[in-house]
Design a protein around this ligand. Structure first.
Ligand code: SF4
Length: 263
């Protein structure tokens, strides 16, 4: 998927960015990463799983779906299909029926059966722990591979999904639009050990604060460091109404403490 380039920013923000050195950018990114950690202490992988195979399956099912829908389907699925061999030998009609609520269920059924077969044939039925092997598996692209590495194996990985792309563009961490290049640029700006958690926090920020259509700029703790401050409402009362999720009050309070950018 190719991301859109970032929306225009104010002349003042553009001047500030033009004067930003590579070291200045790195410092700003790390400051923002710390603020994100403070704002989203509950950030985590929202796909329920208890082993690498379950996470691989859940991540494949999450394409064009929501984590909530996937989590509704997986308890029954995981109870019925416990090993790669179970997926390899699955009855297509039965599996399709289980996956139907997640959408694109025929393609997903196909991917899961092929995934099971590939794991049995090439990896002894185990999900491999290396990205170069993971991306050779049916239904698993680089984004999915990084989710699996980071959350099932504890190997740091950056997950460049649509939220991540939108936010790093708004923040002008990079102008790259190719997810692999974005991953590489951000990977150099942030310590490797922080990659997985940063991915979760950025995605949480995208879901709860920095929405695609109406970002809650006036209730955003990153406002001082964000070149796109002002693309959404800056009035704190209006912006607070745009916040989503279970931590609305805490997010609004953190933003108030951080203060708005100096005009
Ligand atoms: S200030 Fe606005 S554009 Fe910037 S991160 Fe916050 S909500 Fe998003």
């Amino acid at each position: 998927m190719v991301a859109k380039a970032a929306a225009p920013i104010s002349a003042k923000a553009a001047r500030k960015l033009a004067a930003e050195t590579p070291l200045g950018l790195k410092r700003r990114v790390r400051r923002m990463a710390r603020l994100l950690a403070e704002a989203h202490p509950d950030a985590h992988c929202e796909l329920n799983h208890s082993n690498p195979l379950e996470l691989s399956v859940a991540t494949i099912l999450s394409a064009q779906s929501t984590d909530k829908l996937v989590n509704e389907v997986t308890p029954k699925l995981f109870a019925r299909y416990r090993t790669a061999a179970d997926y390899a030998g699955a009855d297509r009609a039965e599996l399709e029926d289980l996956l139907r609520p997640t959408g694109f269920f025929r393609n997903k059924t196909d991917s899961l059966i092929k995934l099971g077969q590939a794991l049995v044939e090439r990896f002894d039925g185990e999900v491999p722990k290396r990205i170069e092997y993971l991306v050779t598996l049916p239904g698993i692209g680089r984004k999915t591979a990084n989710v699996i590495l980071g959350n099932a194996f504890g190997v740091p990985g950056i997950t460049v999904d649509t939220h991540f792309q939108r936010l790093v563009h708004r923040w002008r961490w990079t102008d790259e639009t190719d997810p692999v290049k974005i991953e590489s640029v951000v990977g150099q700006l942030v310590a490797r050990r922080d990659w997985t958690m940063l991915s979760h926090r950025v995605i949480f920020h995208g879901r709860r604060v920095c929405h695609a259509r109406k970002p809650a700029c006036g209730a955003c703790t990153l406002a001082r460091d964000c070149p796109s401050y002002g693309v959404g409402p800056t009035d704190p009362a209006v912006a607070a109404g745009l916040l989503k999720g279970p931590r609305v009050a805490e997010l609004a309070e953190l933003a108030e403490l951080a203060g708005a950018p100096v005009p």
